[in-house]
Design a protein around this ligand. Structure first.
Ligand code: SF4
Ligand code: SF4
Length: 61
């Protein structure tokens, strides 16, 4: 499984990760992106490619 984390210091909350993720792992709340469905992550790395601030970390467990 994959562990998805977001650095709130880097995230600017424009939601590109939420738009691209095929399994709706992310949600933007109060101007910051949060992980709401991390268990569903498939490790496709689309969010890493899309994030303009390198705020997302993906780790395989
Ligand atoms: S790696 Fe893919 S499935 Fe996982 S959070 Fe990013 S976009 Fe979603
Ligand atoms: S793409 Fe990156 S900066 Fe944009 S909302 Fe997602 S984590 Fe935040």
């Amino acid at each position: 499984m994959w562990i998805v984390t977001i650095d709130p210091e880097k995230c600017t909350g424009e939601g590109k990760c939420a738009d691209i993720c095929p399994v709706e792992v992310f949600k933007v709340e109060n101007g910051k992106c949060v992980v709401v469905n991390g268990d569903a992550c498939e490790g496709c790395e689309s969010c890493l490619a899309e994030c303009p601030n390198e705020a997302i970390t993906l780790k395989e467990m």
